[in-house]
Design a protein. Structure first.
Length: 78
């Protein structure tokens, strides 16, 4: 149970840090370098979507690894 709570805390902390990093990137780079407002929006949303996809794949791989450790070498379903 303690291991599951630790993994969950790690995943949520990672999501929080990734969101802050993507926000900082958009604010520091995109807002200063891109003058056209609709392009800023598209790039900002793209950065956010990429960070969510990165977090999702990392979380999926980590959870699959943890489940394989607990339940033997079961093959992933995907």
């Amino acid at each position: 149970m303690a291991r599951a709570i630790m993994v969950l805390a790690l995943l949520l902390t990672y999501a929080w840090l990734l969101a802050l990093l993507s926000l900082a990137f958009v604010e520091l780079v995109v807002m200063r370098c891109v003058a056209y407002s609709p392009l800023r929006t598209v790039i900002g949303l793209g950065v956010y979507a990429a960070s969510v996809a990165l977090w999702y794949e990392t979380a999926r791989l980590l959870l699959e690894r943890e489940l394989r450790k607990r339940h033997g070498s079961a093959t992933p379903t995907s």
